[in-house]
Write a protein that binds this ligand. Structure first.
Ligand code: KIV
Ligand code: ZN
Length: 515
């Protein structure tokens, strides 16, 4: 069996999805879960892109011990220095350098001749080699590059010290046959190729990212770059869970295996979906809500007689729980702590006490407290407000009647603890709240999306609201959870505003630097 390394880029390429802005606490939680999933490499961010990104990569590198942590870097000294500052404390620091090699990118974006591009690439690898024991080099837009040129630049960067060569399909253009052929071509035409491992990085613009990644494995790639739930720039990246399960279920064909703990897949997928606000389509392979549901009578009958008639993946394989115990108002601290740990959170004693109190308050209002409720509770308190708490909701009152104009009155605390109070009306209660919040904040906010869902079933279920909004020229998502939908709506709005303010405070270089 060929060993395949899984390079997870959820926190870098995944975080480049439109409207996804994870704060440091959320990134740390995802990184810990990726470590539990046992991915080989975690690409934790792009340290030179902002102070916040540098800090979160640094914190992740400090705590993650069983996966190697890497960061993206352009082929310039200041980026490499920032990457070293962020990664030097890590267990197996590695840098991910990239430079575009396609005629389109070299001419219009880099404005460099092919010879200059080779020189830049070689110099950056040599400079990075002063610090990093492992250097990965990516030929951005490799799949639209001239193959003899690609072979030439790769030969040179290997001589300069690169240990992993990544072939990104940056724009999601290639098909499996062609992608496989690039890997074969490079193995035949790069004389020193035996000194490195080859890696695949695919985008899903034409819906072929997973198939392309598997084709790369068939043609010699031993590392796959992918994201949880396939989130990422535009149509996203190759989805980790689909590749991992395809390799497992079809090991007879691919003769390759990863070191992933597959039973952690569902939990990782839910965590990423909830924290990023990127909903998983019900029919999504492996992790969608319907992935294991058999609807038609013929299929149900078949599965009842013999599961394998219609089921090639068992829900247990990827950690889908079919019978999870619920907690209630008689549950004790010990049971609560156990459940929180099972859900993948790490809490110190003080936090356990604090959240246990909140759990009890919730259990008084709600008969059964499910895993989803506990998750939502922790997410709301522990993660949403980590390093972003400019505005805090202190009180909300809404008047609504079928024959009255909805009116909201809101009290907020700003960063300096100053009280702000405003009131406004709207066509509906949510609009009244959002008009009031806009007054409190004093600048225009455009709501681009608003979604509400219940956390689990039942009339007493918690409400979870996701919003996407444009504020101060930034698009941001936010989420809020509460027993009441209106309070959840107000919290989601403030969460999105606070994220923008946090990002603005920390930004050095805009995210749109060209990757
Ligand atoms: O898609 C791409 O080309 C990338 C590189 C920076 C690896 O994400
Ligand atoms: Zn990419």
């Amino acid at each position: 069996m060929q060993k395949i390394k899984i390079f997870d880029t959820t926190l870098r390429d995944g975080e480049q999805s439109a409207g996804v802005n994870l704060n440091t606490g959320e990134k740390l939680e995802i990184a810990r879960q990726l470590e539990r999933l046992n991915v080989d490499i975690i690409e934790a961010g792009f340290p030179a892109s902002s102070k916040g990104d540098l800090q979160s990569v640094q914190e992740i590198a400090k705590i993650i011990k069983n996966s190697s942590v890497t960061g993206l870097s352009r082929s310039i000294k200041s980026d490499i220095d920032a990457a070293w500052e962020a990664l030097q404390g890590g267990a197996e620091p590695r840098i991910h350098l990239f430079l575009a090699t396609s005629p389109i990118h070299m001419t219009y974006k880099l404005k460099q001749t092919p010879e200059q591009v080779i020189e830049t690439a070689v110099n950056s690898v040599k400079y990075a080699a002063n610090y990093f024991p492992i250097i990965q080099w990516s030929a951005e837009d490799a799949c639209r590059s001239d193959l003899p040129f690609l072979a030439k630049i790769i030969t040179e960067v290997i001589d300069a010290g690169a240990k992993i060569i990544n072939i990104p399909d940056t724009v999601g253009y290639i098909n499996p046959k062609e992608y496989g052929e690039i890997f074969s071509y490079l193995q035949e035409n790069v004389p020193n190729i035996g000194r490195v491992s080859l890696s695949a990085h695919c985008h899903d613009d034409l819906g072929m990212a997973v198939a392309n990644s598997l084709a790369a494995i068939e043609n010699g790639a031993t590392q796959i770059e992918c994201t949880i739930n396939g989130i990422g720039e535009r149509a996203g990246n190759a989805s980790l869970e689909e590749i991992a399960v395809a390799l497992h279920i079809r090991s007879d064909y691919y003769k390759a295996k990863t070191r992933l703990h597959l039973q952690e897949i569902k939990r990782t997928s839910s965590l990423v979906s909830k924290l990023s606000g990127m909903v998983i389509p019900p029919n999504k392979a492996v992790v969608g809500q319907n992935a294991f549901a058999h609807e038609s009578g013929i299929h149900q009958d078949g599965v009842l007689k013999e599961k394998t008639t219609y089921e090639i993946i068992s829900p247990e394989l990827v950690g889908v729980q079919t019978n999870s115990m619920v907690l209630g108002k008689h549950s004790g601290r010990h049971a609560f702590r156990n459940r929180v740990v099972e859900l993948g959170f790490q809490l110190n004693d003080q936090e356990v006490n604090r959240y246990f109190k909140m759990f009890k308050e919730l259990a008084d209002k709600k008969k059964e407290v499910t895993d989803d409720d506990i998750f939502a509770l922790l997410m709301e308190e522990k993660l949403s407000n980590h390093d972003i708490s400019n505005y805090q909701l202190t009180s909300l009152q809404v008047q609504y009647g079928t024959n009255h104009i909805p009116t909201a009155t809101i009290n907020l605390n700003d960063l300096n603890g100053q009280q702000i109070q405003e009131a406004a009306t709207g066509a509906g209660s949510v609009e009244a709240i959002y008009n009031t919040l806009e007054r409190c904040i004093g600048s225009q906010v455009t709501l681009e999306d608003y979604r509400i869902q219940s956390v689990g079933a039942g009339r007493d279920a918690l409400a979870q609201v996701y919003v996407k909004m444009r504020f101060q020229d930034e698009v941001s998502t936010g989420r809020g959870t509460a027993q009441d939908v209106l309070e959840a709506s107000a919290k989601a709005y403030l969460n999105a505003v606070n994220r923008v303010l946090y990002i603005k405070n920390n930004r050095q270089i805009a995210k749109e630097v060209g990757v």
